[in-house]
Design a protein around this ligand. Structure first.
Ligand code: ADP
Ligand code: MG
Length: 421
C-alpha cells in the first residue's frame, strides 16, 4: 500500500494537511523527525501512517492514560491492531497484552514512559522488531515546559537497550527554542527533519488593551457583539465570580466555570455554553481542555495569563470554524503581580530544591515574555509566531498594533485631504 492508500483506507482522508506528508516521508526514509504543530493540527497521523507502512512495530510514548485510550480506540475502530500498556491495566491484563505484543499481534503500541525501563518490558522488546519510536507530547522531556515528566528522560536509555536503533519521531505543540533544543538533545535525535507549522490562525484578530476600567471595556465590546458567543478568561476564581455576577446583573446570558464548583455544576455550565443555552462563559483556565466549540466568536482575557503558551491555547479556542473572531487581552500591572504570586507559591514540582528553583526561574522568564507581548508596538501575530518558532511577517494587518498604524496613516491622509494636498 502507498501512504495515500493508507490515509484513505484507514483514516478516510483524501489529502494530507500542511506538513504531514513531509514528516511521513522522512520517517519512512528512516530519518528522525521533530514535528511541531499546534493542537488539533494532526500530529498523530504523521506517525500512525508510517507505523502502518514500516515492517515492524511502532511504540508510541504518551504521557496520559486518557490520551492513550482515546487513540487506541480510534485506531481499533479503523481496523488497526493497536494496544496500550500502562497502569490502567491489571497485572494480568498487562502480561496478556505484552504477550500478544511479542506474538506480533499489534502494529502500534502506546506505552507509558514509566514502563520503558521495567525489566518485564525491556525483556519483551528484545524479541520484537521495533521500527519506530514516536514520542508524543515530546515537550514533557523538557524542564522548560510546565508538563515536565522526569520519566521522559529515560526514553534514550531505553532506545540504547534495543537490539537495533529504530527511527525516532518527536511531536509537540510547544515550540519555544529552549524546548526544541531540549527535545533534540535529550532524545538524541539524529539529524532530524524539523518542521514547525500551522501556528498562524489568520481569522483571529489580536488586540491588547490597557483599559482603566476592565469591566467597562468588556461591556462596550459586548454591546457590539450581542449575537455572538464567547469566553472571558480570568486568572482567579474570585474574578470569575465577580465578572459573571456583574454581567448577570446587566442581563447577559452568562455562565461560569472554575475548579471551585462541584463536578455537576461544572458539567452543567459547560454544556449550557456548548449547546448555546448560554452565550458567555466566564472561566479560569480550568475551562477549555478538549472542548471543540466551533462558533466561539471572541475570547477575552480579563487578566494577562501566565505565559504565551497558555494565552495562545486559550485565545485559540475562538474561531475554530475559520470565520473571523477576536482575541482581546486586557492588561493591567496587577496581572503581573498575581502571576508572580502564583509562581512563588507553585506546588513543589520536584523533590530536588535546585530543580524547583530552576522551574520557577523559567516560569518567570515566560511571564516576562508574556508581559512583553502586552507592550510591544510590533505586529502581535508576528510576536506570537516568532515565540512559537515560526516565521511571521512584521505586518499582519489584523491585530491592534498593525491596525493602529493603519489608523495613523489614515489620519494623515484625512488631514491631507482637509488641507487640500
Ligand atoms: P494533534 O495531535 O496535532 O493535536 P490530532 O492528531 O489529534 O491532532 O488530529 C486532530 C484532528 O485532525 C483529528 O480529528 C484527525 O482525524 C484530524 N486530521 C488529521 N489529519 C487530517 C487530514 N489529513 N485530513 C483531515 N483531517 C485530519
Ligand atoms: Mg496529539
Amino acid at each position: 500500500m502507498t501512504k495515500y492508500e493508507v490515509l484513505k483506507k484507514y483514516f478516510g482522508y483524501d489529502s494530507f494537511r500542511e506538513g504531514q506528508e513531509m514528516l511521513v516521508d522522512a520517517l519512512l526514509n528512516g530519518q528522525d523527525v521533530l514535528g511541531i504543530m499546534p493542537t488539533g493540527a494532526g500530529k498523530s497521523l504523521c506517525y500512525q501512517i508510517p507505523a502502518l507502512l514500516l515492517p515492524g512495530i511502532t511504540l508510541v510514548v504518551s504521557p496520559l492514560i486518557s490520551l492513550m485510550k482515546d487513540q487506541v480506540s480510534t485506531l481499533n475502530q479503523a481496523g488497526i491492531h493497536a494496544a496500550f500498556l500502562n497502569s490502567s491495566l491489571s497485572a494480568a491484563q498487562y502480561r496478556k497484552a505484552l504477550g500478544f505484543a511479542m506474538e506480533g499481534r499489534y502494529k502500534i503500541i502506546y506505552v507509558a514512559p514509566e514502563r520503558l525501563l521495567t525489566p518485564e518490558f525491556l525483556c519483551a522488546v528484545q524479541s520484537m522488531e521495533i521500527s519506530m519510536i514516536s514520542v508524543d507530547e515530546a515537550h514533557c522531556i523538557s524542564q522548560w515546559g510546565q508538563d515536565f515528566r522526569p520519566s521522559y528522560l529515560k526514553i534514550t536509555e531505553f532506545v540504547e537497550q534495543l537490539p537495533a536503533r529504530p527511527v525516532i519521531g518527536a511531536f509537540t505543540a510547544t515550540a519555544t527554542k529552549e524546548v526544541r533544543d531540549d527535545i533534540e538533545a535529550l532524545l538524541s535525535l539524529r539529524d532530524p527533519v524539523r518542521l514547525v507549522t500551522g501556528f498562524d490562525r489568520k481569522n483571529l484578530k489580536f488586540t491588547v488593551q490597557q483599559p482603566k476600567d476592565k469591566f467597562a471595556a468588556v461591556e462596550s465590546f459586548l454591546a457590539e457583539h450581542e449575537a455572538d458567543c464567547g469566553i472571558i478568561y480570568c486568572l482567579t476564581r474570585k474574578n470569575v465570580e465577580e465578572v459573571c455576577e456583574k454581567l448577570e446583573q446587566k442581563g447577559y446570558s452568562v455562565t461560569r466555570y472554575h475548579a471551585g464548583l462541584s463536578d455537576l455544576e461544572r458539567k452543567e455550565n459547560q454544556e449550557d455554553f456548548i449547546y448555546d443555552r448560554k452565550q458567555i462563559m466566564v472561566a479560569t483556565n480550568a475551562f477549555g481542555m478538549g472542548i471543540d466549540k466551533s462558533n466561539v466568536r471572541y475570547v477575552i482575557h480579563y487578566n494577562m495569563p501566565k505565559n504565551m503558551e497558555s494565552y495562545y491555547q486559550e485565545a485559540g479556542r475562538a474561531g475554530r470554524d475559520g470565520l473571523p473572531a477576536e482575541c482581546i487581552l486586557l492588561y493591567a500591572g496587577q496581572d503581573v503581580i498575581t502571576n508572580q504570586f502564583f509562581i512563588e507559591n507553585m506546588a513543589q514540582e520536584s523533590e530536588d530544591p535546585e530543580t524547583t528553583a530552576l522551574i520557577r526561574q523559567r516560569e518567570e522568564e515566560r511571564l516576562k515574555k508574556m508581559t512583553f507581548y502586552c507592550f510591544t508596538h510590533e505586529c502581535l501575530r508576528d510576536y506570537i509566531l516568532r515565540y512559537f518558532g515560526e516565521y511571521g511577517s512584521n505586518y499582519c494587518g489584523n491585530c491592534s498594533n498593525c491596525l493602529s498604524e493603519f489608523e495613523t496613516v489614515d489620519v494623515t491622509a484625512a488631514a491631507k485631504a482637509i488641507l487640500g494636498c
